[in-house]
Design a protein around this ligand. Structure first.
Ligand SMILES: *[C@@H]1O[C@H](CO)[C@@H](O)[C@H](O)[C@H]1NC(C)=O
Ligand SMILES: *[C@@H]1O[C@H](CO)[C@@H](O)[C@H](O)[C@H]1NC(C)=O
Ligand SMILES: *[C@@H]1O[C@H](CO)[C@@H](O)[C@H](O)[C@H]1NC(C)=O
Ligand SMILES: *[C@@H]1O[C@H](CO)[C@@H](O)[C@H](O)[C@H]1NC(C)=O
Ligand SMILES: *[C@@H]1O[C@H](CO)[C@@H](O)[C@H](O)[C@H]1NC(C)=O
Ligand SMILES: *[C@@H]1O[C@H](CO)[C@@H](O)[C@H](O)[C@H]1NC(C)=O
Ligand SMILES: *[C@@H]1O[C@H](CO)[C@@H](O)[C@H](O)[C@H]1NC(C)=O
Ligand SMILES: *[C@@H]1O[C@H](CO)[C@@H](O)[C@H](O)[C@H]1NC(C)=O
Ligand SMILES: *[C@@H]1O[C@H](CO)[C@@H](O)[C@H](O)[C@H]1NC(C)=O
Ligand SMILES: [Cu+2]
Length: 386
């Protein structure tokens, strides 16, 4: 099998000369994994969740007071990755780092699965465009207890903890408090963002309407040479990226487990007394959406973000003007809708190909944007089957 795949890939990428890679990983959609491959991946993820927290992890942004939990005695190495994403939230979302950091982050996570948990497969992605017409009934929510991802809605009288599939047992997440993986499919998640004003013009939007094959194909064909426009479309409020997270509710959407502290709920897009104050929601609902990926749901995130990376990869390959296109600032400014319109992907100082990606002590240091720009080149050495 591994001998056959490169023949196809060589044909497709003959002109790239492999950029120094001795081998190339061909990433595939979850449904293209065999049952055994699915089990291998789930086992490796669960293995990560049983490895000890890495003491070299540190917070480099760290606004813990409002947004997130500190490292706890229960944190695993898997939780460390969730921690990194949460900690870096304000510098990797709505800034120029969005695409390159997430590419580097999922790659790093996959490397860790391989080096620490003997994973010998490729990184799977979830092509959510395939399921956009009916996410709830999508074929990926298998109950099989060693190869399935479990249901899109957890058990309602057990805090929406997913009760079937491989992650329903022997898999505990540390943030914001110890709990099992939670999901709560919600077709119209933006109703909860009513007080966030201009950011959410279509409160009753069906989130799945934003990530259909037609919408994503049009976005890839569009924005030629316009990196900022493309990022804004994919990452933007009520856009495909956020919609995938919000439609699944629970951990992926940043909804707090019932045992979480009050500060968690204060930052959640749910009606509380504080929400009587519109400015509270302007601030908190918006910062919450920007931190939609904070909590612990890294499992699903890896597959979801993987798809975001693939959409960027497709766009990079769709036109020569896209391949090296980049424009983005280093400072998130979504303080007001006007500032967001001005700086949808970051305010100055502007980033360059020489800018270095943050690590929080556990990712490979000194990695520049240039290092992650091309996936089929030395450093990353992966591609997508299609
Ligand atoms: C739980 O997962 C760990 C790590 O993968 C494994 O070593 C252990 O045997 C599992 N325990 C059970 C009860 O399945
Ligand atoms: C987080 O934990 C570390 C180590 O226990 C501690 O030094 C630090 O003060 C904590 N930070 C916050 C914001 O609680
Ligand atoms: C979104 O999902 C709902 C319920 O699954 C479905 O009825 C609707 O047709 C979907 N919308 C799109 C645009 O696919
Ligand atoms: C899966 O289910 C089978 C049959 O009920 C059981 O024997 C096995 O221990 C389960 N495996 C896990 C990992 O839960
Ligand atoms: C650690 O995990 C145990 C078992 O799930 C739980 O009872 C305890 O509250 C957790 N501690 C923290 C600090 O999350
Ligand atoms: C689950 O989702 C429904 C909407 O589909 C919502 O009304 C409910 O509050 C959610 N519950 C939790 C705990 O997230
Ligand atoms: C295509 O891009 C233009 C601006 O570059 C934008 O106005 C338009 O809405 C985009 N269309 C789609 C389908 O993304
Ligand atoms: C691609 O870039 C070149 C050079 O800047 C420009 O002349 C051309 O119009 C661009 N093509 C498209 C389709 O944007
Ligand atoms: C955000 O941008 C606005 C201009 O739209 C500016 O007035 C404000 O100072 C900026 N805020 C930050 C934190 O950079
Ligand atoms: Cu993110």
């Amino acid at each position: 099998m591994t001998l056959l795949i490169p023949i196809y890939v060589f044909a497709a990428f003959a002109s790239t000369a492999w950029g120094g890679c001795s081998s190339i990983e061909v990433r595939r959609e979850w449904r293209e994994f065999t049952t055994a491959e699915k089990t291998t991946w789930i086992d490796a993820v669960k293995c990560m969740a049983h490895l000890p927290h890495d003491d070299s992890l540190y917070s480099s942004v760290g606004d813990f007071a409002e947004s997130f939990a500190n490292i706890t005695s229960n944190s695993s190495y898997y939780d460390d990755y969730a921690y990194v994403h949460s900690d870096l939230n304000p510098v990797i979302h709505f800034t120029g780092l969005f695409f390159p950091f997430h590419r580097y982050f999922v790659w790093s996570y996959t490397q860790a699965l391989k080096s620490r948990c003997d994973y010998n497969g490729v990184a799977p992605y979830w092509d959510w465009t395939i399921d956009s017409a009916n996410v709830l009934e999508a074929g990926i929510w298998s109950d099989d207890n060693i190869s399935g991802l479990g249901q899109a809605v957890g058990i309602s009288d057990n805090d929406f903890v997913v009760g079937t599939g491989g992650f329903s047992s022997n898999f505990t997440l540390a943030y914001p408090v110890s709990h099992g993986l939670r999901r709560n499919f919600t077709l119209q998640p933006y109703i909860n963002f009513a007080s966030a004003g201009d950011f959410f013009p279509q409160l009753d939007l069906d989130a799945n309407a934003t990530f259909t094959p037609e919408v994503i194909d049009a976005a890839i064909a569009n924005y030629t040479g316009d990196y900022k426009g493309f990022q804004r479309f994919i990452e933007g409020f009520e856009g495909p990226h956020g919609s995938v997270h919000e439609i699944l509710g629970g951990d992926l959407a940043g909804y707090c487990p019932e045992d979480a502290s009050e500060s968690c709920f204060e930052n959640e897009p749910s009606p509380t007394f504080s929400a009587n104050e519109p400015l509270f929601w302007m601030h908190h609902a918006v910062s919450t959406l920007s931190s939609h990926l904070t909590g612990p749901p890294y499992t699903l995130i890896s597959n979801t973000i993987q798809m975001v990376d693939r959409v960027w990869w497709k766009w990079q390959n769709a036109h020569p003007n896209n391949t090296n296109a980049f424009f983005g600032g280093s400072v998130q400014n979504i303080t007001t809708y006007a500032s967001y319109l001005e700086y949808p992907n970051g305010a100055p100082p502007y980033l360059s190909m020489k800018s270095v990606l943050p690590t929080d002590g556990i990712l490979a240091g000194g990695t520049t944007l240039a290092d992650v720009w091309k996936t089929e080149a030395d450093f990353l050495c992966y591609t997508y089957a299609s």
